[in-house]
Write a protein that binds this ligand. Structure first.
Ligand code: ADP
Ligand code: MG
Length: 610
């Protein structure tokens, strides 16, 4: 990371120096020198027991991203601030998390700090002078009630609001699923447990305290929800599409089975989807009702029942149809627990002796993929054939990839990297690759809304990667997988960079995915989220042809010529015009003019709701 020089008054870029930081339970020490040769010289250290606050910094001040600060007391009890810039938000959050854990018991911790920096003799945040009290409430929970002696008292009326609003408040959440901890420092959860959040600085793993048992530890943040939010109810599906709701309810075949989801067309509006077999003159089907709100803010489905909250309204309709096609009945099978980002807050190296390896699932670019189990968890294990990838670089990168978590991405759980061949351990999906699935189910899929749903699921996973500024580089139906209830997940994201194979890596190579490549990739190997969008268009074409090879038997040079002359794939027989027009947008020759994944997702929702 880089560190700002502490004795310079001005803010020039040269005041920032690259340093090698080492954190021990007692000290944060920084070194200069050559990382490769290992000759490093200590340039300074902060004793952790003197730390008063560990916080982010308002980035405008330094015109740098990902800056955080360590406020600490000198021996003379004077306050100093060390500013450090990490290379990514993720790296910064990790440091914040580790530092906070080590200083959490400090007597001298403050509830207040300066969000800005001290420039031209004043704090940029509150415009106060050198000795003015800190103005901003810290962003994490500190467990002491009174200010310990010898540290600055916060000003009684902080500039931006009354004191009560600024005090770090207690956050209480409810567990949605059972979770069995597997790593030291992690904590198991039972559904409906109430927990206080102690540290939410890591995105996917929060430190919590069980309110009843007082146990403390890390647990997956996606397994809990704010108390009082709809998310804690089994029947609430969040952003699921109309089609997802239909698949789920039709599979259950329970009279009156229902879910509530956010309306795809109107934000802030909810839709109730109900299954019924007994509708007059009709086959079993799912009906959708908007949950309306009257002027007093009461929710209602029919004019017979109005309630101040949605859970109450649902409860009343469970007793009585009151205008709906049937009485509501909870579906028996609750939501399945989602994947976690890795297998523990601090665990990502997996001991191969704990893996129970089972049948072979297939083989690909890197070697064999096998089904396996880690305890009760189903996993897929990629055994990386030696010499097929730059392993060290991949292992570094996988730490970042593990932090990517979305319902439409194949979750990376961890690696076995201590011996060769290395294993990559991911979530297991029971129906295998999307390409084979399309080919095997051609009859039932064509002419069905299921294909549109597949495309929008892939698009949702890609929208997440786009937001995280992560480029896939090899998006195609063969790299997506299909799970139970026809969920689709995108896999192999980013792996292409670590392949050691000239046939794969250059656009002239035999294994290079030419048929999915955008013009700027063919010409300059210029990858971006927009080149992923091009590949997504080709993937849509694969879906709508149930797994045909794009450009048929054309050979690579002919494909390149065709793409460069501006011609694109033809409209598949069963593909409606509005869907084909999305594909055509994806194949806009100029990368910058292509739509983003979030724009495409909105188009899908509009089509699905027609
Ligand atoms: P590679 O990336 O090395 O080319 P693939 O990812 O294509 O290998 O995997 C080869 C085959 O293994 C796939 O076609 C699929 O059938 C199966 N497979 C891979 N990952 C999984 C998984 N997570 N769950 C289920 N099957 C998988
Ligand atoms: Mg693959």
């Amino acid at each position: 990371m880089t560190k700002r020089s502490q004795n310079k008054r001005s803010f020039t870029p040269t005041n920032w120096k690259e340093r090698w930081f080492v954190l021990s339970p007692e000290n944060l020490i920084y070194f200069d020198g050559d990382r490769q040769s290992g000759r490093r010289k200590e340039r300074g250290r902060v004793e952790l027991s003197r730390v008063v606050a560990v916080e982010c910094v308002n980035s405008v001040v330094f015109q740098r991203d990902y800056v955080f600060q360590l406020c600490y007391l000198s021996e003379e009890k004077e306050q100093y601030v060390l500013y450090i810039a990490a290379v990514s938000g993720y790296e910064r959050d990790e440091w914040l998390g580790y530092l906070r854990r080590l200083v959490a018991a400090n007597e001298c911790l403050s509830d207040w700090y300066h969000e800005g920096a001290f420039i031209r003799n004043q704090w940029s945040c509150c415009k106060g002078g050198k000795d003015v009290a800190a103005c901003t409430a810290v962003t994490w929970t500190i467990n002491h009630n009174n200010n310990p002696p010898g540290h600055p008292t916060p000003s009684p009326t902080p500039p931006n609001g009354p004191l009560s609003d600024m005090m770090p408040h207690r956050k209480v959440v409810v567990a949605l699923y059972d979770y069995n901890a597997t790593t030291v420092g992690d904590m198991s959860l039972r559904k409906h447990d109430e927990l206080e959040v102690l540290d939410d600085t890591q995105e996917h793993w929060w430190k919590m305290r069980n309110i009843k048992t007082k146990e403390e530890g890390f647990a997956p943040s996606n397994y809990v929800r704010d108390q009082g939010s709809l998310q804690q109810y089994d029947w609430y599906l969040g952003d699921a599409t109309r089609h997802r709701a239909e698949v789920l309810l039709m599979n259950q075949e329970r009279e009156g089975g229902f879910v509530v989801r956010n309306s795809t067309t109107n934000s802030g509006i909810y839709t109730l989807s109900v299954f019924s077999k007994h509708l007059p003159r009709s086959r079993p089907q799912v009906k959708h009702y908007h949950i309306k709100k009257d002027q007093e803010g009461n929710y209602y489905l029919s004019h017979h029942i109005k309630c101040p909250t949605i859970p109450e309204l649902i409860y009343r309709h469970q007793l009585n149809p009151a205008g709906l096609c049937t009485r509501l009945r909870p579906i028996s099978q609750g939501r399945e627990a989602p994947t976690t980002a890795g297998l523990g807050h601090d665990k990502w190296e997996i001991d191969p002796s704990q893996l129970n390896l089972m049948e072979e699932l297939g083989s690909g670019q890197f070697g064999v993929v096998r089904h396996g189990k880690l305890g009760s968890l189903h996993v897929a294990v990629k055994m990386m054939k030696e010499g097929t990838m730059s392993e060290d670089e991949f292992i570094e990168e996988a730490k970042v990839m593990r932090q990517l978590r979305h319902q439409n991405l194949v979750q990376l759980y961890g690696v076995c990297s201590k011996r060769r061949p290395i294993y990559i351990v991911t979530e297991y999906l029971c129906h295998g690759s999307l390409l084979n699935y399309l080919r095997d189910n051609e009859r039932t899929l064509l002419n069905n809304t299921a294909v549109l749903d597949m495309c929008s699921q892939v698009c949702a996973g890609m929208e997440y990667l786009e937001k995280k500024k992560f480029i896939h580089r090899d998006l195609a139906a063969r790299n997506c997988l299909v799970g139970a209830n026809s969920e689709i997940k995108v896999g192999d994201f980013g792996l292409a960079r670590y392949v050691v194979d000239d046939e794969y890596n250059s656009s002239g190579g035999a294994k290079f995915p030419i048929k999915w490549a955008a013009p700027e990739v063919l010409n300059f190997m210029r990858f971006s989220s927009k080149s992923d969008v091009w590949a997504f268009g080709v993937l849509m074409w694969e879906v709508y042809t149930c797994g045909k090879m794009p450009y048929g038997r054309m050979r690579n040079p002919e494909v390149v010529e065709m793409v460069q002359s501006g011609r694109v794939l033809e409209q598949p027989r069963y593909c409606p015009d509005d869907v084909y027009s999305i594909m055509q947008h994806c194949w806009t020759p100029v990368a910058e003019s292509r739509p983003s994944f979030s724009e495409i997702l909105i188009q899908f929702m509009n089509i699905a709701d027609e």
